[in-house]
Design a binder for this molecule. Structure first.
Ligand SMILES: [Zn+2]
Length: 429
């Protein structure tokens, strides 16, 4: 794949030219690559962007679609080339190194950046980070026929700006590189922050990644995130351009971020639904269902009838029929705390869950995760987190490290309950 890049005043554009081997690779994949050029609207006074940052942004845009060789838009520093090549084994980055280009070193006086989505998890991250944190929101342009609505996150960005944050909103069509629309790589939402990192003097980029996504809790088995390929790849790639990767909420479950949303004013400014308007979530999507169920469990303010209505949404039914349910731990935690006699319609769902398990550890902070926060912010962030939620105890750590859903998933009882649930919904139609 050949790539090119153009920086004009206020806009940068990436273009991609696939070869035959890229096309045959993409044919085998479950998603595809569009022919669109990818643009970012950037501040007009932006100086020329360092070629290593362009190189990293390019890789995060097209990585899954490259088959054999990748030609970056411009020569890079040797250190960047070597570090990037050390974690990419599936294809080769064509060596185009300019030894006169100095690599980027970490800016020790810099500011922490945060990829901010407006959802509960990145709001929880912001709430435990220093006040000088720069939140960066990637704004996807609206297109006809899409359910996506950016009015809620934009309203949240405005609130943060008025409370003193140096809020950055960068418009980009980067999610349209993928068919169906979505991020081409897990941390592609960091590309605006990467491109602006020198302009904003960032020393690090933070993400609102939670316990479920990092350590696999609620998925089949505990994941040793530190030694996994995901961390090795992204941590090396960010280090190659002098940016530290920061995961302040990695030890906090979605249950924990919801609790923080009730305590902390910043964490409470969030809305995870990306279809509804600000303060008027759509009430039909999977995120709305999970959040409402959880808030019913922890603060009992949600109306039972609201959940009943959501159970009629086909998206919610499909997600609840999954085996296991995505973030099943959060669903189980919530159902354990709801009076099922008040909600008959939830009973068929409850019978496929493992409700015997003690999930109270989801309310606490897995403090080992502090190692994923850059040194200089550790004390601050640790103190902020424990102002809101308690650290885990010995038993909690055993529950986290020993997380394994397989005995539950292979049991006859669970499989039968799942079949009954699917039949139950079919018979209602
Ligand atoms: Zn929704």
């Amino acid at each position: 794949m050949k790539t090119s890049f153009e920086q004009q005043e206020g806009k940068i554009t990436f273009s991609f030219e696939r070869d035959a081997s890229d096309d045959s690779r993409i044919k085998e994949m479950s998603y595809s690559m569009s022919d669109e050029d990818i643009f970012f609207y950037i501040p007009e006074n932006l100086e020329e962007i360092h070629p290593d940052l362009i190189g990293l942004a390019t890789i995060l845009l097209c990585n899954p679609f490259v088959s054999e060789k990748l030609q970056l838009p411009a020569p890079t520093s040797r250190r960047f080339f070597e570090m990037a090549s050390s974690v990419i084994s599936r294809y080769e980055i064509i060596e185009e190194v300019d030894d006169s280009i100095s690599p980027i070193d970490v800016n020790e006086e810099g500011f922490p950046g945060l990829c901010f989505s407006g959802g509960a998890d990145s709001a929880a991250a912001l709430s435990v980070m220093p006040g000088r944190t720069i939140p960066i929101f990637l704004n996807r342009p609206l297109r006809k026929g899409s359910l996506y609505d950016s009015s809620a996150p934009l309203a949240i960005c405005k609130l943060l700006e008025s409370s003193g944050y140096n809020m950055q909103i960068i418009e980009s069509n980067l999610e349209y590189i993928r068919i169906p629309t979505g991020f081409p790589t897990d941390l592609a939402n960091a590309i605006p922050a990467i491109l602006l990192s020198q302009h904003l003097n960032l020393d690090s980029i933070a993400f609102g990644t939670v316990l479920e996504s990092g350590y696999g809790i609620g998925h089949e088995k505990f994941v040793d995130y530190k030694n996994g390929s995901h961390y090795r790849f992204y941590n090396t790639m960010f280090n190659s351009v002098g940016i530290k990767m920061s995961l302040p909420t990695l030890g906090i479950s979605e249950v924990g971020t919801a609790i923080m949303g009730m305590i902390s004013p910043i964490a409470s400014i969030s809305q995870s639904c990306i279809r509804g308007k600000w303060k008027r979530p759509c009430g039909k999507c999977w995120k709305c269902f999970r959040k409402s169920l959880l808030s019913l469990a922890i603060n009992e303010e949600t109306d039972y009838s609201e959940i009943e209505t959501m159970l009629w949404s086909s998206e919610v039914q499909i997600r609840l029929s999954a085996f296991p349910i995505s973030h099943e731990n959060v669903v189980s935690y919530s159902v354990q705390r709801i009076n099922l006699d008040e909600m008959e319609t939830l009973k068929p769902v409850a019978s496929k869950l493992n409700l015997q398990q003690d999930l109270s550890f989801l309310e606490r902070w897995y403090s080992d995760s502090i190692e994923f926060v850059p040194d200089r912010y550790r004390n601050f962030i640790r103190n902020r987190i424990i102002e809101n939620i308690d650290p885990v105890n010995y038993e909690d750590i055993q529950s986290i490290k020993g997380w394994d859903m397989s005995p539950h998933l292979v049991s006859e009882k669970t499989i039968r309950a799942n079949d009954r649930l699917i039949n139950y919904w079919q018979n209602l139609q």
